[in-house]
Ligand binder design. Structure first.
Ligand code: ADP
Length: 446
């Protein structure tokens, strides 16, 4: 097992990884920008190294600085966390070339799944159903028109290097196509440095259902059930729950088996998430995330498995100590993403937190690096806390969520807590009757 892990991330996820390491008797190294010197994860780590100024490019994405920090502290592995370098295959390779372990999958698997066109081709070959669309990047408008006519409008233009919902444009009919392609291409070029875009049939009202899988280095792959992430704004997840209110036992099993079998064929190692859109009883692969997910805690709550611990054990070469039949799903879990944002305009609201009081009690978990007096820097993602609830069924979970939100105090800044409280007053949400468009086009629009 590793003796010391460098955590190349910040905020709640860095703290989450630190906690798993501590429980495993592994020492931690926090790396941080000058804006994060007072962060909770930095204070709790065994050692910390400042790796640069606030902009991510100069710190959390600064590969030489991170590798130097690992060398200086004698770390033997690097955990990339979520975002930043977690899905950068070059980084994974460089880490290995320096004699360190990258806690994640093989670089070639990150590379294949990071290119969405390649990912779809691979998924098809592995037997996963995909949304009809172009096989390759769009080469010309005529090419795009032919494909769009074949699959039928409306269509979505998506960036091959996409992520975070960027580089996606809807074309309702043929006359919208040229503009949608141009917009998607320029957005993709600016955000990802590649203007490759592809076409996909636009599904009108699907749900976003993803399957958590775990594979070891010895050919064993299991799945840990689904997460329903259909509550989205601008293609970004706001609240996730498991089990999905839309699936029955049979469909749930089908999706889990599909995901695990395909990853077994792929030879996948580490944690991974297969994302599907689900409409009219059918699953369609959209992408795979080759890393830990923000919403991983809800899977932990219903399975009792510490995913980060598993991920570290797998990277250390340990065989999986579980078979599919060992996995028992207990109760219901919901995660609310609490962002430092105005709950109506969604404008970021960084600043110094005056009071901080986290809710507690049975079935309430908070993953957050906040504390009273902490100053949220304006440079990074606005997610500042995850409120994770577990209950014996969905109803108990919802009642517990409501009282936990009422107890939560994050003083002096705006947060999305009121948005979640409002959601709990919506009969559609309470009934589990929502799809990927509902939050934005119905709930927020009303
Ligand atoms: P990203 O990597 O940017 O998150 P995804 O491919 O995972 O992109 O898609 C993000 C979200 O965009 C999905 O959860 C869904 O809401 C929407 N979406 C993606 N593809 C389609 C599609 N073909 N039809 C309808 N909505 C889609």
């Amino acid at each position: 097992m590793f003796e010391k892990i460098l955590i190349a991330n910040r905020g709640d996820i860095a703290l989450r990884i630190h906690r798993a390491c501590r429980e495993m008797g592994i020492k931690t190294v926090a790396v941080h920008s000058t804006a994060d010197s007072g962060a909770m994860n930095v204070r709790l780590a065994d050692e910390s190294v400042c790796i640069g100024p606030p902009p991510s490019n100069d710190s959390y994405l600064n590969i030489p600085a991170i590798l130097s920090a690992a060398a200086v502290t004698g770390a033997d592995a690097i955990h990339p966390g979520v975002g930043f370098l977690s899905e950068n295959p070059d980084f994974a390779e460089i880490v290995q070339e320096h004699g360190l372990t990258f806690i994640g999958p093989k670089p070639e698997h990150i590379r294949t799944m990071g290119d969405k066109i390649e990912a779809k081709k691979t998924a098809l070959a592995l037997g996963l159903p995909c949304i009809p669309g172009s096989e390759n990047a769009i080469e010309s408008l005529d090419d795009a028109i032919d494909i769009a006519k074949e699959i039928g409008f409306p269509v979505l233009i998506k960036a091959s290097a996409g992520g975070g919902g960027r580089g996606m444009q809807l074309a309702l009919e043929q006359k919208d196509l040229a503009k949608a392609i141009n917009l998607a291409q320029s957005e993709a070029q600016a955000a990802f440095g590649s203007s490759d875009v592809y076409i996909e049939k636009y599904l009108a009202n699907p749900r976003h259902i993803e399957i958590q899988i775990v594979g070891d280095q010895h050919g064993n792959v299991i799945h840990l059930g689904e997460r329903d992430c259909s509550l989205q704004r601008r293609h970004q997840k706001i609240l996730e729950e498991t089990p999905s209110p839309a699936l029955n036992g049979k469909t749930r099993l089908l999706a889990g088996q599909l995901a695990a079998e395909s990853m077994q064929k792929f030879g996948y190692e580490s944690l991974g998430t297969i994302e599907f859109l689900y409409e009219n009883g059918k699953f369609f692969f959209i992408e795979m995330n080759t890393r830990l997910q923000v919403e991983h805690p809800i899977t932990e709550m219903v399975t009792g498995i510490d995913l980060v611990r598993k991920q570290i054990q797998i990277s250390a070469g340990m065989p999986m100590d579980l078979v599919q039949e060992d996995i028992v799903f207990t109760g219901h879990s919901i995660e609310c993403r609490i962002n430092a944002e105005d709950p109506v305009s969604f404008r970021p609201s960084p600043g110094k937190i005056s009071d901080y009081h986290a809710p507690g009690g049975l079935g309430v978990r908070i993953d957050s690096a906040l504390y009273a007096g902490y100053e949220i820097p304006p440079y990074y993602d606005s997610l500042v806390a995850k409120l994770i609830i577990h209950g014996k069924n969905r109803n108990e979970c919802l009642l517990r969520l409501s009282r936990a939100l009422d107890e939560f105090v994050i003083g002096n800044i705006e947060t999305t807590i009121p948005l979640h409280q409002k959601l709990l007053m919506s009969s559609e949400f309470l009934d589990g009757e929502y799809n990927i468009n509902w939050l934005e086009s119905k709930f927020l629009a009303s």
